[in-house]
Design a protein. Structure first.
Length: 185
């Protein structure tokens, strides 16, 4: 890793991971916690960027396309939007570091409607490592945008989870064969 590298921990919240989450991956999402924490610690140790793009919604927003597709989830100020398990503790301990930050996103992609690309370019980041949930939704859409913006992509297979095994398998294949990403453990 180099200073031109960032780890994106995408949407790793209670609503997407905990058993009682509104739109949860359940056990498959919970299983990736150790890999996410391991990578986050490694990036901090190497003085690289750790960014936590995190979904935020308003319940029953008539203007948001997800309102028709999914139950209310990741509502600001709720338990569901808090980081899941050990990531909550990790973030609490590391949130004051200069190269660790969380920000709101309102669409699947961490780039849509945010200043992520601008921030990465200002910091000369050219390689993004992606972990989080859901592999075939928010991780995928972030990867597609990153590809179109010419970032190098590394997807950590043991650090991503989908709602279904088929979604996981399809997305991992898409990362490799369509986006040219490196898929690693």
């Amino acid at each position: 890793m180099s200073s031109h590298t960032a780890l994106l921990i995408i949407d790793y919240t209670n609503d997407f991971v905990a058993d009682k989450g509104a739109l949860s991956c359940g056990a498959t999402g919970q299983k990736i916690t150790p890999k996410i924490i391991e990578l986050a610690n490694q990036f901090v140790k190497n003085d690289d960027w750790v960014i936590l793009p995190t979904d935020v919604h308003t319940p029953n927003d008539p203007y948001h396309p997800e309102t028709k597709l999914f139950p209310p989830h990741n509502v600001r100020g709720t338990w569901g939007r808090e980081f899941y398990g050990p990531l909550a503790d990790w973030y609490q301990e590391n949130q004051n570091r200069d190269k660790v930050y969380m920000y709101d996103k309102t669409r699947y992609s961490a780039f849509a409607g945010t200043d992520l690309d601008l921030r990465m370019r200002e910091r000369h980041v050219d390689t993004l490592h992606l972990v989080g949930v859901c592999t075939d939704i928010c991780v995928l859409h972030t990867a597609v945008d990153a590809y179109n913006l010419n970032y190098n992509l590394v997807i950590h297979e043991k650090g991503v989870a989908a709602l279904t095994p088929a979604g996981q398998e399809w997305a991992l294949d898409h990362f490799t064969h369509v986006l040219g990403a490196t898929v690693t453990d």
